[in-house]
Design a protein around this ligand. Structure first.
Ligand code: 5CA
Length: 438
């Protein structure tokens, strides 16, 4: 992608109402544009990262056996009247009337819709376990939308819904999501800690939030320090028996403010390991039994032929919020430092003298070689001054910067910089390509 032909509207300074660094950097690096309070347009660079984050979430859901569908953003109020949540949900629900005066709403979550789909088709326990997910825009009319995509009104969520015959198998479904979440966030370079959480309006009695520790986080959290450094289990696990992995994590104390029990924290955690911090909730999982299946009559015939209400859980990931969380966890004074797995481009090739044909030819050769190696390349072919180009490259946080200028070209070298460490080497192009290929 040639920068001269691209749409990358960067800003020298962030608007003063952007209070936290991720929001400032998302605006400055031209990732998003605010259209209304808590409602954003995704600009090309932001959209690239959003798609990468979404794809990691999708792959880990698929690996855990969940199946993707796509539910509508607009839902019938009548379904929510069936579950009893229409009145309870309150002002956060955006209520809409169509031309026939029918009550609709912009979905803040989709337990009702997915239960309606399930009950229409699934009649026997033989179809279970089943886990259906979608990655779809949600709307919650938050009282205080803030911090950019972190607390938006319109936001992208991955929401999965599990259906099982009884509590024991529903807990297995819960464990699969628990482990899938650990793997998902680890792939994005994040250390997410599962913490005992308040189920709130989704309901149920078993719930964990996945929290990224960050000073700018909205929630106060308490946990055993050792949990933060625990590695994700990876995909090579026995998906039918994850209790050991879950127990290992949940045996150590970790709770959000609403669930915090100071006496329990102190008795279970040696003083040196007690961590009190701020956190960003990037995922939230719930087991709620028959909360939706009972009022909505979602039943299947069990092995004995008797109709039974299914046991459900739901599992959310804040896909758009994750961009903010990743930036909070990974930036410096120069700008964003994208982890490789979610970077909008793998490498930016910086042409230090675009008017020089030999330099441009060398740059184009480098771009072609990188693209042939399967890399996403941004090619800065503009005639901006070098200082400005380096500042932009740092700001947008692409993992590798490969700079070619007349002097290096004469010496047969290019300069390769790793954004995360700042380390720079002058090496022949072939060697630079090798290093980037990893
Ligand atoms: N139905 C359940 C699970 S699918 C549910 O809605 N859970 S939730 O309310 O916890 O939301 C799931 C995730 O969406 C949260 O963990 C958070 O990461 C993200 N999220 C929630 N509200 C917002 C918001 N206003 N802006 C951005 N992300 C949000």
């Amino acid at each position: 992608m040639r920068l001269s032909r691209y749409f990358l509207p960067t800003l020298k300074e962030a608007p003063s109402d952007a209070q936290i660094v991720s929001h400032q950097l998302m605006l400055r690096a031209g990732l998003i544009r605010q259209e209304a309070a808590g409602i954003y347009a995704w600009l090309p660079l932001g959209l690239r990262v959003l798609k990468k984050v979404e794809q990691i979430v999708r792959e880990e859901m698929n690996r855990a056996g969940a199946i993707e569908i796509l539910m509508p953003t607009l839902q019938l109020a009548d379904l929510w009247r069936e579950s009893g949540r229409y009145d309870d949900y309150g002002d956060e629900m955006l209520r809409i009337k169509d031309r026939h005066e029918r009550d609709l709403l912009y979905g803040p979550t989709a337990e009702e819709v997915v239960t309606e789909i399930f009950r229409a088709y699934v009649k026997s326990y033989k179809a279970l376990p089943l886990n259906l997910y979608n990655i779809q825009w949600k709307f919650r009319d938050e009282r205080r939308p803030r911090f950019g995509v972190m607390r938006g009104r319109e936001f992208l969520m991955k929401d999965a819904y599990s259906f099982d015959l009884d509590e024991a198998s529903a807990r297995k479904a819960y464990n699969r999501m628990f482990v899938a979440y650990l793997n998902t966030f680890a792939r994005m370079g994040l250390k997410a800690v599962p913490m005992k959480a308040d189920p709130g309006p989704i309901g149920g009695d078993l719930s964990h939030e996945f929290i990224i520790l960050a000073d700018t986080g909205e929630s106060q959290v308490f946990c055993d320090r050792n949990l933060v450094e625990m590695l994700a289990p990876g995909g090579d696990v026995d998906w039918d028996d994850l209790q050991g992995i879950v127990d290992e994590r949940t045996s150590m104390y970790a709770a959000t403010e609403e669930m915090h029990d100071a006496a329990d924290f102190e008795s279970r955690t040696p003083e040196a390991d007690r961590l009190t911090a701020r956190g960003i909730e990037v995922g939230h999982i719930f087991y709620f039994g028959t909360k939706y299946s009972a009022p909505m009559k979602a039943k299947v015939a069990g092995p004995d032929g008797v109709d039974t209400e299914i046991h459900g859980g739901s599992y959310g990931v804040g896909v758009s919020r994750l961009l903010g969380a990743i930036i909070e966890a990974s930036h410096d004074e120069g700008g964003i430092i994208w982890p490789d797995a979610v970077a909008p481009f793998d490498v930016v090739v910086i042409n230090l003298r675009a008017k020089d044909d030999a330099v441009s030819a060398a740059c184009e050769e480098a771009v072609a070689a990188l693209e042939a190696a399967g890399k996403d390349v941004l090619y800065d072919d503009t005639d901006e001054r070098p200082g400005g180009k380096f500042a932009t490259a740092d700001l947008i946080g692409v993992p590798w910067q490969l700079t070619i200028g007349p002097k290096g070209l004469a010496d047969g070298v290019v300069e390769l910089k790793r954004r995360a460490t700042g380390e720079k080497v002058s090496v022949p192009l072939a060697e630079a390509l090798q290093r980037i290929a990893g």
